[in-house]
Design a protein around this ligand. Structure first.
Ligand SMILES: NC(=O)c1ccc[n+]([C@@H]2O[C@H](COP(=O)([O-])OP(=O)(O)OC[C@H]3O[C@@H](n4cnc5c(N)ncnc54)[C@H](O)[C@@H]3O)[C@@H](O)[C@H]2O)c1
Length: 392
């Protein structure tokens, strides 16, 4: 039986490590966070919001999942799964430094016949180029002496374990042998697995899923603004417009989180590098449309404030819901949070309310808490409703 290493025990890596262990494999989890490794080895779950993970870690942590900060401890593994973050810099170029570090460390312990699978979302072509080079350079092996494949993580924070079980997952090799080898192992713990023709195709599948969401949200946002201008109820129109071939999304304050707002840039930047500027116009416009939604909402909020019988700077504005997604305590690239800061910058008397955050936590974000009922104006970032609680 294969001995599997999972590199990166974060929100994406730990659930899959747990699922693999549940299927009877010996798992070595490698994470630079020693504290996290220690918690896992004591059978405790460092990601409590993740449904079902408590039980998996209780049953397997410190047993057939051994977490360690030392790559050397995974030397006896023959199958490596890498899920560490890839960040995007200020000008939207991918920053490969964490991935490079992880793969160079895997390269140092790689043996003839081992298989490596990347799961982090990356620009198409990454696995067959830089990842292969890092592994070859560090291991002294040539591709062909080891196998290399890509299988995108398609989880949703909070529901990762059920997604791994119920949601189709794809896998593709840098060559045919790698694809077959990786597929044979993955199908032992992923029920709905599909082999695609290449690692590059698998990378593209994940990225275009994000692009589809981003562009469609941008379309919904644009149609929502147009409907408002034409004095049409967008939601009524959307209900009747949607059918088998039409799926107009919901409008929003923009698109947040660590995935969807970044993935279109992978393709936009690659097309720019190739001089194919006209190949990604829509992706770029979608990004801009979504990022500009906070300005649209700020204007609406200010106009509403002007209708209240108080000086503008005295109107207590409550931004309700600051996370990037409802119910998940995550602020990464949250456009709701960005809206609150934008209104502060514009000089409004801004407060926030989010049931997931305490007053102290909000203070650390330089934000003040208010109960919605005590505000003059409440903007609910998830329903997009503006309310005047004191009038009711
Ligand atoms: N969380 C999600 O919902 C989600 C969904 C789909 C895809 N993904 C993919 O998974 C990737 C990782 O996301 P995440 O949510 O798990 O991130 P995370 O921040 O929760 O976890 C990353 C983990 O990697 C560890 N790490 C960092 N550098 C390391 C290194 N050099 N060696 C070993 N470990 C290292 C960190 O200590 C951390 O525990 C993302 O970049 C994305 O491509 C995540």
């Amino acid at each position: 039986m294969h001995k599997i290493a999972v590199i990166g025990l974060g929100k994406a890596g730990l659930p899959i490590a747990g699922v693999i262990a549940k299927h009877g494999f010996e798992v070595t989890g490698v994470d630079i966070d020693e504290r996290k490794c220690d918690i896992i080895n004591r059978g405790m779950n460092p990601i409590p919001d993740e449904q079902g993970l408590d039980e998996l870690i209780k049953n397997h942590g410190g047993k057939n999942i051994f977490a360690t900060a030392k790559y050397e401890d995974a030397r006896d593994c023959d199958f490596f799964i890498v899920i560490v973050p890839l960040f995007i810099d200020k000008v939207h170029n991918p920053d490969f430094s964490i991935l490079e570090d992880a793969f160079r460390n895997v390269g140092k312990i790689l043996k003839n016949g081992d298989c490596v699978v990347l799961e982090t979302t990356v620009p198409p072509g990454t696995t067959e180029t830089v990842v292969r080079e890092w592994l070859e350079e560090e291991s002294g092996l040539k591709f062909g002496e080891f196998y290399l494949a890509y299988s995108p993580e398609r989880i949703m924070t909070g529901f990762s374990i059920s997604r791994l079980r119920d949601f189709p997952k794809v896998i593709g090799g840098v060559d045919e042998r790698s694809g077959n080898m990786a597929f044979e192992v993955y199908e032992k713990f992923i029920p709905k697995l599909h082999k695609v023709s290449s690692a590059r195709t698998a990378e593209f599948i994940k990225v275009i899923e994000g692009c589809y969401r981003d562009v469609n949200i941008a379309l919904a946002n644009e149609l929502f603004k147009i409907a408002g201008e034409l004095e049409i109820d967008f939601y009524e129109a959307r209900d009747y417009a949607n059918h088998q071939y039409c799926n107009i999304h919901l409008p929003s304050t923009g698109v947040g989180g660590h995935c969807i707002p970044f993935y279109p840039w992978f393709l936009i930047r690659e097309m720019e590098r190739r001089g194919k500027y006209d190949h990604s116009n829509l992706l770029r416009t979608g990004r801009e449309t979504n990022d500009l939604m906070i300005n649209y909402w700020a204007e609406k909020i200010i106009l509403e404030c002007l209708g209240i019988n108080k000086f503008l700077g005295e109107v207590k504005v409550c931004i309700k819901g600051i996370t990037y997604r409802k119910g998940i305590k995550e602020l990464i690239n949250s456009m709701n949070l960005a809206l609150a800061y934008l209104l502060v910058k514009k000089g409004l008397n801004v407060f926030v309310y989010d049931e997931l955050f305490t007053e102290d936590e909000l203070k650390k974000l330089d934000l003040r808490l208010i109960e919605p009922k005590d505000a003059d104006l409440v903007f609910d970032c998830f329903t997009l409703r503006l309310e005047l609680p004191k009038k009711s």
